[in-house]
Design a protein around this ligand. Sequence first.
Ligand SMILES: *Cc1c(COP(=O)(O)O)cnc(C)c1O
Length: 395
Amino acid sequence: MTSDHRRIDAPKLGEPYLLTPGPLTTSYEVKEAMLRDWGSWDDDFRAMTREMRTRLLALLGPGAEDFDCVPMQGSGSFSVEAMLGSFIPKDGKVLVLANGAYGQRSAQTMAYLGRDHIVLDKGDYLPPRGAEVAQILADDPAITHVVAIHCETSSGILNPIDEISEATYAAGRKLLVDSMSAFGAIDLRPSDIRFEAMVSSANKCIEGVPGFGFIIARKSELEAARGNSHSLSLDIHAQWAAMEKTGQWRFTPPTHVVAGFLEALRAHEAEGGVAGRGARYTRNRDVVVEGMRGLGFETLLDDRWLSPIIVTFFCPADPNFEFSRFYDLMKAKGFIIYPGKLTVVDSFRIGCIGQMDEHVMRQVVTAAKATLNDMGVASAAPPAAALKERAKLAA
Ligand SMILES: *Cc1c(COP(=O)(O)O)cnc(C)c1O
């Protein structure tokens, strides 16, 4: 980040940093870009929509010409539901790979849609492996599609999407990816990893504000999606066809959010695109993990599975540690952290994405150290049960 960013960073605006996986801390320029009103029908806004779609597609790298980008109103889950409802035929069958809340949500969406599916449930954080996927597909020829979560934001695990894709296509099936929290910081290039469609949203690694998601899909799948959707408003084929024809969104677009997002996309390019953004987040993660480990905290995941998006730490065993107090005291120091989402042991999460750099992450560690002191916590070491749970990953 430039020194200019630090001059106008969140604390200067009187805001705490959001160490959360979206909404996240955005730049002053993104906020400023939302200070005017746009007519949804007007040519200026149509040009903005066009530029946004083009810029997003370009992030795919080689092979992007076979894909198109369709924005969709709503939070990220609306786009996931749109993808599942639009690309999976009514007589299709899905294998959902779940290892956390977002995989479970995709499975729940399939249940709402009333479409056939099975779930490989790996629990809180174990990765679904290629060999398991291959076995399930071999055993069940009715499965037409595999749904995978790229970075499962509930634990922060970076799932092995490459081996999942290989297993899926080796068995002649199709892959749909929820890359919500990864896209823009972790490569998902069709030249390396085959997939039919993926989704992400405005308020994750591109660093916009919440208000819409987007689906990037093979044009052949977009064409074939006609008539599949269970929903009028979430019909990706209809949204795509209307946008191609008129340049407009079918229903009221989040105009200000799009304006802010375009500014965020320009900043993303200036930072060096996916590689540059990924490098900053990786540095953020490395600094916070090293610093927190230095205080005695332990991560849920081995280094091998740690994403540069968000990291889960075990809560200390010390009886003086209480998460809600830790949270409040961290907030008073300018940092909003995130509760954990594990079912077995207590944990919390620190996000690495948003307008923050390694200097900010060092301040986070300093604040955590002072907070442990405030609470009278002598050791940040986790309970034995947590380490036993973690040993499962190595097994
Ligand atoms: C953020 C996120 C979503 C979407 O969540 P919303 O609250 O609907 O925006 C879906 N999947 C993953 C992996 C996410 O991180």
